[in-house]
Design a protein. Structure first.
Length: 141
């Protein structure tokens, strides 16, 4: 698992209040690299999200072979933070690892799901599905 996700889980264990965790997730979203407006297309838009979400992946070399470099954006602050959390889960994993990674279980470890609306939870699942599909397509191609 990505080291940054482990650090986030440790941070969350120290944060007792849900509102403080919520603010932390928003800050993670604010720290995401800027996504070029030209990348916000129908092809990069993630369906199944209540808010607008775009994820663009590029195959790059990594320590475990080919991996995905991810950029993303949303029109909602909390969702942008959730994008950052999802990206942390896949950071540094090879394409085959991304395809088989149990991201839902790792996301559950954060204890966020019970504080998200069903639409937000579905959106997270859609983001995970998109990244896994991109990794599978890159492996096949």
């Amino acid at each position: 698992m990505a080291q940054r996700l482990d650090e986030l889980i440790s941070d969350f264990e120290l944060i007792d209040e849900w509102e403080d965790r919520y603010r932390h997730v928003i800050e993670l979203g604010r720290a995401l690299p800027h996504m070029d407006e030209a990348l916000k297309t129908a092809a990069t838009k993630v369906s199944g999200c209540a808010s607008q979400v775009w994820i663009h992946s590029t195959v790059t070399p990594g320590p475990k072979g080919k991996t995905l470099a991810l950029v993303g954006d949303s029109d909602a602050l909390i969702v942008k933070g959730l994008i950052a959390v999802v990206f942390m889960m896949f950071e540094g994993l090879g394409l085959a690892e991304i395809a088989s990674y149990d991201a839902e279980a790792q996301f559950a470890r954060l204890g966020l799901r019970e504080h998200l609306t069903p639409q937000r939870s579905n959106g997270v699942a859609s983001m995970i599905k998109r990244i896994k599909a991109d990794a599978a397509a890159a492996q096949a191609g």
